[in-house]
Design a protein around this ligand. Structure first.
Ligand code: SF4
Ligand code: SF4
Length: 306
């Protein structure tokens, strides 16, 4: 069984308990404006260009069979010409890692060979493996097959999902995951569509189905907190109502940050959140307090002091 992955990140402490390896699946049905992993959105491998490493040697220009690379002020990959060739001669030709590939096909055996030697780190820290992305459930056959192998190996396993996946999945198979971080971004479907590319109906429907099949205890609601989008009390009152209805008692707030900015440049895309400013600790804590007062635990990710 194979799938496309764009990164395997070891020693993460932000994607579940303990020390974890995060497996980033490539491809996502949504395209959130604030996405900090824009290289995760397309389902195919694609070249990233890191200008600061470029020697201007032009070896990649000569290597590209489609003349998709030009030089203006900087190197420019014409993404309308680039066919993301499987052999990536441009990347092979680059002597300084200025061109890198985002995504490649992995077999589940390859992934297991990478993670199993770290079993002791996971066990000693109470950690394990987390599927992230992109959207892991956009590659459901690969994701469930790999999840079964990881559980057979006795490892702790988590899933981070945007919640947008087909309702035809066998929801009982989500019991392979010890925890599920489930994103909710807005209660108004229109605004959800404007900001993420699709409405929220399939997401809410899937959350209800998941709660029925796995029970609510496995599920933590993940709330990206985006200035001007959902940093308002009505969003949190909606979250509290939904959590109480479904019996979910855990949440995480992920405040907007700019970590993805350089990746947009590497993909030759404009950063879509130029006008956004990060929220203050006070603003974030106010929303966390709303949740906690309603009996929903709330972890603030990436702001230890908030
Ligand atoms: S991936 Fe292929 S087509 Fe695209 S820039 Fe590189 S060599 Fe050219
Ligand atoms: S081969 Fe690499 S270092 Fe040379 S111009 Fe291309 S990207 Fe820059």
């Amino acid at each position: 069984m194979t799938g496309i992955i764009f990164d395997l990140a070891d020693f993460s402490t932000a994607d579940g308990p303990g020390i974890r390896t995060v497996i980033f699946f490539k491809g996502c049905p949504l395209s959130c404006r604030w996405c900090s992993n824009p290289e995760s959105q397309h389902f195919h491998p694609e070249p990233l260009y890191h200008s600061e490493r470029c020697l201007r040697c032009q070896k990649c220009l000569d290597a590209c069979p489609l003349e998709a690379i030009r030089v203006r002020e900087d190197l420019l990959i014409d993404r309308t010409r680039c066919r993301d060739c499987t052999s990536h001669p441009c990347i092979e030709a680059c002597p300084n890692d200025a061109l890198k590939l985002a995504g490649r096909v992995w077999s589940s055996e390859e992934v297991m060979a990478k993670i199993l030697p770290q079993r002791l780190f996971y066990q000693n820290s109470g950690g394990g493996i987390t599927f992230s992305g992109g959207e892991p459930m956009a590659q459901p056959h690969f994701a469930f097959a790999l999840a079964a192998q990881i559980k057979d190996a006795g490892l702790h396993l988590g899933l981070e999902t945007c919640g947008w996946f087909t309702s035809e999945l066998d929801f009982d198979r989500f019991q392979l995951f010890d925890f599920i971080y489930f994103d909710l971004k807005h209660f108004t479907s229109d605004l959800h569509q404007t900001c993420t590319g699709d409405g929220n109906e399939p997401i809410i429907r899937n959350l209800r189905s998941l709660c029925q099949s796995t029970g609510p205890k496995r599920i933590t609601l993940c709330l990206p907190l985006i200035p001007g989008v959902n940093d308002q009390e009505p969003f949190f009152h909606w979250i509290i109502g939904l959590a109480k209805e479904l019996g979910i008692t855990q949440s995480r707030i992920i405040p907007y940050h700019e970590f993805g900015r350089t990746k947009y440049a590497a993909l030759g895309r404009n950063y879509p959140c130029d006008s956004l400013r990060e929220l203050t600790d006070y603003q974030i804590t106010t929303f966390a307090t709303l949740l906690r007062t309603a009996g929903i635990s709330c972890e603030i990710v990436g702001r230890d002091h908030a």
